[in-house]
Design a protein around this ligand. Structure first.
Ligand code: GLP
Length: 233
């Protein structure tokens, strides 16, 4: 893993933007995208940039189970507001949180991933080392699944909801194997609350207890940190 540390989120996100720009310049067409607070600055910079995604496809990592695309806390809504409405792509794929037929939905998403191999996958990381919604204990060889959120993730994500009871307890998520299938992976982590997960991901053993540690098995991973997230390295 290549690890780059910056003083501020602004500088770190500018570097991440450069990586996206280079990828587009080199012909990348399929981008795996993530939600959460971490990529917000990057998406802002993308919107301000002259990058042209109109011939590109995006495939998002995950979506809450049970939330419709127009629910303000859904990842569909987040992506539309932060990026897609302002920076159009040719096609945007996200899991359908309202599809109760789990087998059908996971097969549909795996098919999308098979037909559109990801050139550059953007990731954040959970405080507990999750990527997407692959929580501790996740199958490191897994594909798209309906995942149970860890109690600590529900706790961390309740800040976006009116109450903890409103946080969905399950989500459709790309699996670790689908993530590792990407040609290049760019993981961003900011803030002291991520420092331990970052240390475990980079310096710890590859273990399903820290799903992000599986990235050690990939040969083309760039980790961009601010100094707080890098403080335990
Ligand atoms: C969420 C998402 C992840 C995200 C992570 C960190 O639950 N499923 O894709 O990377 O948790 O979120 P944040 O960037 O808000 O800290």
């Amino acid at each position: 893993m290549e690890v780059l540390v910056f003083d501020t989120i602004e500088e770190a996100s500018a570097q991440a933007l450069t990586i996206f720009k280079d990828a587009v310049d080199k012909g990348a067409k399929v981008f795996g995208l993530a939600t959460g607070s971490t990529p917000e600055k990057l998406y802002e910079l993308m919107v301000q940039s002259d990058i042209d995604f109109t011939e590109s496809t995006s495939i998002n990592l995950d979506e809450y189970y049970g939330l419709s695309g127009d629910h303000p806390q859904s990842y569909h809504y987040f992506m539309k507001q932060r990026l897609f409405d302002k920076k159009p792509f040719k096609t945007n794929y996200l899991p359908d949180g309202l599809n109760e037929n789990t087998e059908e939905e996971t097969a549909r998403y795996n098919q999308i991933l098979a037909e559109n191999p990801i050139d550059l996958q953007l990731l954040g990381i959970g405080n507990n080392g999750h990527i997407g919604f692959n929580e501790p204990g996740a199958d490191l060889d897994g594909k798209t699944q309906l995942a149970d959120l860890a109690p600590s993730t529900i706790e961390a994500n309740k800040r976006f909801f009116d109450s903890v009871e409103e946080v969905p307890t399950r989500a459709y998520s790309m699996g670790i194997a689908s993530i590792l299938n990407s040609k290049k992976i760019l993981l961003l982590a900011f803030g002291e609350s991520k420092a331990e997960a970052v240390k475990n991901m980079i310096e710890g053993p590859v273990t399903s207890e820290v799903p992000a540690s599986a990235l050690q098995k990939h040969e083309n991973v760039i980790v961009i940190l601010d100094k707080d997230a890098a403080s335990l390295l």
